[in-house]
Write a protein that binds this ligand. Sequence first.
Ligand code: DQA
Length: 144
Amino acid sequence: MKILVINGPNLNLLGVREPDIYGKQDFAALERFIKDACADCGADCELYQSNHEGAIVDKIQSALGVFDGIVINPAAYTHTSVAILDALKAVALPAVEVHLSDVNAREAFRHVSYAGMACVKTFAGHGFEGYKMAVEFLKNYIGG
Ligand code: DQA
């Protein structure tokens, strides 16, 4: 099973960025955590982070025929990007949405998720652990 894990804008600033919301661990720690979670599940993974909406769209498109599923934290683009929603729908790979924070307990604008409309499941508010939950869910969902 090959999983593409996509992290969106500003997640590269984890540890520095609003640590009361996103925690004190940095992005390198998150990437190590995700790699370990995938290894524990017996999944191959590629990690991708970008601050650019179009680059994320390109990456999703390139997953077609290469990956079995996608784990995505689109960060702020969650709440704005029809382009990312359409890309996920276009490739039609099983996708799971992750948010470190509990977006539904925050500002009203964070309650809308466009990307989530193309995802089979969302994990929000579980910190790093949410990525592990997403990888495990995807493994069971795909049956690999
Ligand atoms: C986030 C939540 C988003 O609302 C926010 O814009 C982010 C991070 C999260 O992981 O909790 O950048 O996706």
